[in-house]
Design a protein around this ligand. Structure first.
Ligand code: SF4
Ligand code: SF4
Length: 244
């Protein structure tokens, strides 16, 4: 393993690189391999403005480098505009990203420059029309289109490549990417979807956001759940920073 990556794993960046806020777990699509388990999740809802504001009081300025606003599909949140217009006041970070399937994006063209960039998932054969409209639009924010040819080319969230491995959490790149869903914070970006699919008690894999969320998160041990996770920690480790 590269020396720089050892440094990365030991650094505070590993813990606090990206904070993804799933402002809703509702979605306008129903992708079979959704890593958020949108199809299986029976308790979907929007985060309230009060909950997002409260979250912001527990996150220090520049504690994270990046805020990702995501879902489900964030643009179907009824208060999406209010969230976007206040996001930079609530959360002080260096970079703000919107993650979306694009379906309602053009309705919000006027406010999208609050983001530094936008990631659009293009599911070929499913949201082609809106992706083509967005490509022809005059949105003045860098857009990265992530193309998925079909369900098979998405992550297979039902595979278990780590069953025989050890120290998976320590070696995985995804703990650099914390996720907030409702009033809870998760130690990596994928364990929420795993918890929904596997019906794992959320107390085992997340903590309620409050004054002590950092210590509480640090004390969680999700190694046994990593063994059943679809993320292959044998992936070339150097990809971590490019993906994030
Ligand atoms: S568009 Fe994204 S969030 Fe929605 S179901 Fe598909 S993969 Fe999940
Ligand atoms: S293996 Fe899966 S559950 Fe474990 S830290 Fe990585 S992404 Fe999260």
């Amino acid at each position: 393993m590269d020396y720089w990556y050892n440094d990365f794993l030991r650094s505070s960046l590993r813990n606090h690189f990206v904070l993804e806020i799933c402002i809703t777990d509702e979605c306008s699509l129903s992708c079979k391999f959704c890593c958020q388990a949108t199809v299986e999740n029976k308790y979907k809802s929007h985060m309230s403005i009060d909950d997002i504001e409260l979250l912001s009081t527990y996150i220090n300025s520049y504690e994270f480098l990046v805020i990702k606003i995501s879902g489900g599909e964030p643009t179907i949140h009824p208060k999406f505009e209010q969230i976007v217009l206040n996001m930079r006041r609530w959360f002080k970070v260096h970079h703000y990203t919107l993650v979306t399937n694009g379906q309602l994006l053009l309705e919000y063209s006027d406010i999208l420059d609050n983001f530094d960039d936008i990631e659009i998932s293009h599911y070929i054969g499913i949201n082609d029309n809106i992706v083509n409209q967005i490509k022809k639009s005059s949105i003045n924010v860098p857009i990265k289109f992530i193309e998925r040819e079909d369900n098979v080319s998405m992550h297979n969230v039902f595979s278990n490549p780590n069953l025989e491995k050890k120290n998976i959490f320590l070696r995985c790149r995804y703990p650099a990417w914390k996720k907030v869903v409702k009033n809870r914070i998760y130690p990596c970006s994928n364990i929420f979807g795993e918890a929904v699919r596997e019906k794992i008690n959320l107390d085992k894999v997340s903590v309620v956001i409050g004054e002590t969320w950092r210590e509480s998160l640090e004390s969680l041990n999700i190694e046994s759940y990593c063994q059943n996770c679809w993320v292959n920690v044998s992936d070339p480790i150097g990809r971590a920073c490019r993906i994030l």
